[in-house]
Design a protein around this ligand. Structure first.
Ligand SMILES: Cc1cc2nc3c(=O)[nH]c(=O)nc-3n(C[C@H](O)[C@H](O)[C@H](O)COP(=O)(O)O)c2cc1C
Length: 145
C-alpha cells in the first residue's frame, strides 16, 4: 500500500525548515532535507510535500536538482509550500516541475519568513505559531483531499 508521506524541503536560513517540521508532525511525514540527502527513496510514497524559500524569485538550486532527478511511482500526489520575503514565486516553479513528472499538485501554502536579504528586519519572528498552525491545517487538508 502506497501510504508513506514525504516532506522534502530546502531551507537556507531555517524558515522553511520550521514549516516542514510542523507539516511532518501534523501528518506523520518523513522529513527529507534535499540539501543534504540528494537521493530519496520514494518507493511506497503516496503523498509528497515539497517546500522551499524563494531566492531572487526562484526556488533553491538544490530543490530544482532534486525535483529534476525525482522518479516517482504512478499516482503520487503532491502539495507545495514555502516561505517568502515579498512574494512566494517559487511555488509556481515547484508546481511546474512536479507536473512535468506527471504528479498532480493538489494544494499550496505560503507564509512570510524572516528575510535575511533585508538584514533580518523584515518579518521578524515569522513563521510564527499561527503560521505553523495554518501550515498544519493545509497539510491535513492536502493529504485528506
Ligand atoms: C539571498 C536571498 C534572496 C532572497 N530573495 C527573495 C525574493 O526574490 N523574493 C522574496 O519574496 N523573498 C526573498 N528572500 C527572502 C526569503 O525567501 C525568505 O526569508 C524565506 O523565508 C527564506 O527561506 P529559508 O529560511 O527556508 O531559506 C530572499 C532571501 C535571501 C537570503
Amino acid at each position: 500500500m502506497a501510504n508513506r508521506t514525504l516532506v522534502a524541503f530546502a531551507s537556507r536560513t531555517g524558515n522553511t525548515r520550521k514549516v516542514a517540521d510542523a507539516i511532518a508532525h501534523a501528518v506523520g511525514g518523513e522529513l527529507v532535507d534535499v540539501r543534504t540527502s540528494l537521493h530519496c527513496d520514494l518507493a511506497q510514497a503516496g503523498f509528497l510535500f515539497v517546500g522551499d524559500g524563494v531566492y531572487m524569485g526562484r526556488p533553491s538550486r538544490a530543490m530544482v536538482r532534486f525535483l529534476q532527478r525525482l522518479s516517482v511511482p504512478a499516482g503520487v500526489k503532491a502539495a507545495v509550500f514555502g516561505t517568502y520575503g515579498a512574494q512566494a514565486k517559487q511555488l509556481d516553479v515547484l508546481s511546474r516541475l512536479l507536473q512535468e513528472k506527471g504528479i498532480e499538485v493538489v494544494d499550496r501554502f505560503a507564509c512570510p519568513g524572516r528575510d535575511w536579504f533585508a538584514l533580518g528586519l523584515l518579518h521578524r519572528g515569522r513563521p510564527n505559531a499561527d503560521d505553523l498552525r495554518a501550515a498544519q491545517a493545509f497539510a491535513r487538508r492536502a493529504v485528506g483531499g
